[in-house]
Design a protein around this ligand. Structure first.
Ligand code: GTP
Length: 152
């Protein structure tokens, strides 16, 4: 039976049920030496994009960072770096391979980048809401006065 990436993992679905609705940003981590963790990450990314498209009308571009951890275990690698990179491209995420065991700097950098992106995204959304709010107010005024003028 063929399943879409979103249907592949019930484990991934459980993890996501709550935060997918309210989180301002996501870090999705898999282990480069464990292919099943990559498959779960794929399913999680897909659910994030789907949930946001359904509930936020086009706001599916919530900042997401895909991280391939345990880069130090590259001698037992099961997921190639280019596989991670193309998955990130497909799902519009930032991508990075790291080793939490060897260095925290890359991880600190990754979170700093994500937080910056989250702030920009929230600002963009607020601006857009303000703009569409004033547009609908103009429409309302136009409807009220426009109709009156016609009936006089
Ligand atoms: N070699 C290596 N081991 C790591 C790295 N990051 C984490 N680990 C090890 O992976 C194991 C799981 O790490 P946790 O911090 O418990 O991560 P978790 O996401 O809770 O992982 P799970 O418990 O497997 O779900 C621990 O034994 C860590 O020491 C890494 O970059 N390289």
């Amino acid at each position: 039976k063929h399943l879409s990436p979103c249907q592949q993992s019930s484990e991934a679905r459980c993890i996501l049920e709550e935060p997918v609705d309210w989180a301002d940003g996501f870090v999705v981590v898999y282990n480069i030496s464990d292919r099943s963790s990559f498959i779960n990450a794929k399913s999680i990314l897909c659910q994030i994009r789907e949930a946001r498209t359904d509930s936020c009308k086009g706001d599916s571009d919530v900042p997401v960072c895909l991280v391939g951890n345990k880069q130090d275990l590259c001698h037992v690698r099961q997921v190639r770096e280019d596989e991670g990179r193309s998955l990130a491209q497909e799902t519009r995420c930032h991508f990075q391979e790291v080793s939490a065991a060897e260095s925290y700097q890359d991880i600190a950098g990754l979170f700093t980048r994500l937080i910056r992106q989250v702030m920009e995204h929230l600002k963009y959304r607020a601006d857009r809401r303000r703009y569409s709010g004033s547009k609908s107010m103009a429409k309302l005024i136009n409807n009220v006065f426009g109709k009156r003028r016609k009936s006089v």
